[in-house]
Design a protein around this ligand. Structure first.
Ligand code: ADP
Ligand code: MG
Length: 249
């Protein structure tokens, strides 16, 4: 995919470390993410990919280092974490929709409660986005009535209803049956085409190669290599990346 609209810096990560006991899940990570970039993070299990994403929206507090979002330091004491999280949509492996609420209620709850959007406006926006992912006919269904792929598309829409500045994805297709992976990747591809800033952790290497503007390879809590997908997949420089790619491609 061509990425012609990459803009100014949105997120800056400076020397972050995250320690769990003796273990460094992140060990001095530096990274700049610009508006409109689609950054994929790949790497072996346990390399720190999820911890990195979770530090970006402060689901984890870095042990040291700084993170800036739109020029403001997030890692300072007293930052309004809730306001920040609204600007960062996050989609996980598991969708966590409210089971006793309809799809439309799931989608309108946060904009109404957290952003003071009127019910009419929240529903209008939810329906517009549902239509975009081809699920407008499921607005009154309950989560249990949907397939895994449909639920994950709803989870993406739920994040989009908050009008985030960036979308973070942590292995959004890993828990899905194979036949449902494509429909979720399709929605993510459209978001990328619409110039959404995205950070995506995935094992879908083909998808990363097609959609990423940049791919980051992590191992043992560090960024080992980063480059355009063309370059990174065709000419891995480090032995660690060569070894990793030989196992997953
Ligand atoms: P990945 O997403 O790449 O598989 P993670 O970020 O989940 O890796 O984990 C990186 C390392 O940090 C792993 O060794 C993991 O066991 C450890 N880790 C992650 N979260 C915790 C936690 N809450 N408590 C203790 N160790 C953790
Ligand atoms: Mg993970």
């Amino acid at each position: 995919m061509e990425h012609t609209n990459i803009g100014d810096s949105l997120i800056q990560v400076k020397n972050i470390k995250k320690q769990f006991g003796e273990k460094f899940a992140l060990n001095d990570v530096n990274c700049d993410i610009n508006k409109g970039e689609v950054v994929f993070i790949i790497g072996p299990s346990g390399s720190g990919k999820s911890t990195f994403l979770r530090c970006l929206n402060l689901l984890e507090t870095p042990t040291s280092g700084q993170i800036f979002f739109e020029g403001n330091e997030l890692t300072k004491k007293g930052v309004n974490v809730n306001a920040l999280r609204q600007k960062m949509g996050m989609v996980f492996q598991h969708f966590n929709l409210f089971p006793h609420k309809t799809i439309l209620q799931n989608l309108t709850l946060a904009p109404m409660k957290l952003q003071g959007v009127s019910k009419a406006d929240a529903e209008k926006e939810a329906m517009r986005l549902l239509k975009r992912v081809g699920l407008e006919d499921r607005a009154d269904a309950y989560p249990a009535q949907l397939s895994g792929g449909q639920k994950q598309r709803i989870a993406i829409v739920r994040s989009l209803c908050m009008k985030p500045e960036v979308m973070l994805f942590d292995e959004p297709t890993s828990a899905l049956d194979p036949e449902m992976v494509g429909e979720v990747l399709g929605v993510m591809r459209e978001l990328a085409e619409d110039n959404m800033t995205m950070v995506v952790v995935t094992h879908e290497m083909g998808f990363a190669r097609e959609v990423a503007s940049r791919v980051i390879f992590m191992d043992q809590g560090q960024i080992v290599e980063e480059d355009t997908p063309e370059e990174l997949f065709a000419h891995p420089k480090s032995e660690r990346l060569q070894n990793f790619l030989s196992k997953v491609l």
